[in-house]
Design a protein around this ligand. Structure first.
Ligand code: ZN
Length: 435
């Protein structure tokens, strides 16, 4: 069969014709919808899309599809039964989701569910789709024998590196300066988290200081969907430039490193609660606000409205959880090496955090309050090194995740490519680097 004949066969094959007709039909429907939408909005189709970024759901939405945002208190069973799915089917769906897609529960404010009825509203369900974030669709269909099948699809994403630079102005906070520099709030929170290992935002930040961030933006079909990781962060702090690079080791673990390849993530955080303002510093002598007489303040106080979640400053094991007159409700955690941390004046403890519980860095251990000797809601935070109280803001903290010789060599090569990317984007601030 020659090429010409082959082409003819393909063109006349009924399957292809049907597919072409279907696509053409779909395009016509989309075109009509766009025109109608433009007319209703009172503007031409050409001037749409002036916003820098439009965040859209990837899933098609039409009158056959109901999209449900998972909120606090929702369960798969609650959502499905509200949409007319029977108990036996719900159990079968939960089973296949777990065994085939590794999904054991729904996450509030993250996951979505689509209920698809091909025949339109009030007809039987043809498909249920679980969307754990924007990059995966888990489609569930029921076959004629009543068995639910599961098909997980990864959504194609393209990732771009973008670069933003900012400067602290008089009377500014890092947060305000970051927003002004067009850095998204989520990225800013990550940056703060990283810098907090090296910087004391109370004392190290001054007007005139410059900072920059290289981070990932994720796109699907040229639409900005969400942001990825922070690749490089740099801040000209009072004590010198603080710079961190994200790097994946050969064992696939990801960490942040200083320009020389030393681990930038420390075993403990100086400020457990992000962005919390210091209201009272560590000192060996101060007038106690409640007791009135002078005594040492063995920790740092951070402003925190009642109920603010308190994360553990580092990985470790809970060695005390209780109440005393001074600290009120407190938790003490023993970390690797010689460090312990203590968190006082809590309004309540986190469920499942008891004496003996192993906690991760960042895991919520309780909620701020004003129990014990306290004049108002705040977190009183102590670091104890070898049994002695030390100043959390200045104590030298051990790095975790250091690099061996082989990984360090790779890191330095990778760092050079990131530095080159920054150099390119400094000359082209609106540009991006396609990954
Ligand atoms: Zn205190």
């Amino acid at each position: 069969m020659d090429a010409m004949e082959k082409a003819k066969n393909i063109i006349t094959s009924g399957k292809v014709v049907r597919a072409v007709l279907w696509i053409a039909g779909a395009l016509v429907v989309v075109a009509i919808a766009v025109v109608l939408w433009s007319v209703l909005r009172g503007r031409s189709a050409g001037d749409a899309g002036t916003a820098d970024f439009v965040t859209e759901t990837i899933a098609p939405v039409d009158n056959k599809t109901t999209v449900i945002d998972v909120v606090a208190g929702d369960t798969l069973s609650k959502i499905l039964s509200a949409n007319g799915v029977g108990g036996k089917d719900i159990n079968s769906i939960a089973g296949v989701l777990k065994s085939k897609a590794g999904i054991t529960g729904l996450r509030a404010d993250k996951d979505k569910i689509e209920i698809v009825r091909d025949g339109g509203p009030d007809t039987p369900i043809t498909k249920i789709v679980v969307l754990p974030g924007p990059w995966r669709r888990v489609e569930l269909t029921c076959d004629d024998a009543g068995v639910w099948n599961c098909n997980a699809i990864d959504i194609e994403r393209d990732t771009r590196l973008v670069y933003r630079q900012g400067e602290i102005l008089d009377g500014d906070s890092f947060y305000l300066a970051g927003m002004r520099a067009n850095i998204p709030a989520g990225i800013l929170a990550d940056v703060y988290d990283l810098l907090a290992f090296e910087m004391d935002f109370e004392r190290d930040v001054r007007a005139g200081q410059k900072f920059s961030v290289l981070y990932e933006e994720n796109y699907h079909d040229n639409v900005h969907v969400d942001n990825g990781a922070v690749s490089v962060v740099s801040f000209d702090a009072l004590r010198g430039n603080v710079k961190m690079y994200r790097f994946k080791k050969s064992d696939k673990t990801v960490g942040y490193y200083d320009p020389n390849g030393n681990g930038a993530i420390k075993s403990l955080k100086r400020t457990p609660i992000n962005n919390a303002k210091v209201t009272s510093s560590f000192s060996t002598r101060r007038k106690h606000p409640v007791l009135g007489f002078t005594r040492a303040h063995k920790g740092v106080d951070f402003r925190a409205p009642t109920g603010t979640p308190i994360p553990s400053a580092g990985a470790g094991r809970v060695v005390a959880r209780g109440y005393n007159r001074g600290h009120g409700n407190f938790v003490r955690i023993r970390h690797n090496g010689s460090f312990e941390t203590l968190y006082a004046h809590m309004s309540k403890f986190a469920k499942n955090v008891k004496v003996g519980t192993t906690v991760k860095q960042g895991q919520i251990i309780g909620y701020s309050g004003s129990t014990g000797l306290s004049t108002g809601p705040h977190l009183h935070y102590e670091i104890i090194k070898d049994g002695k109280h030390v100043n959390p803001m200045t104590v030298k903290l051990p790095a975790i995740n250091n690099l061996d010789a082989e990984n360090k060599k790779k890191f330095l090569e990778y760092r050079a490519t990131l530095d080159k990317a920054i150099e390119d984007l400094e000359n082209n601030p609106k540009g991006f680097i396609q990954l």
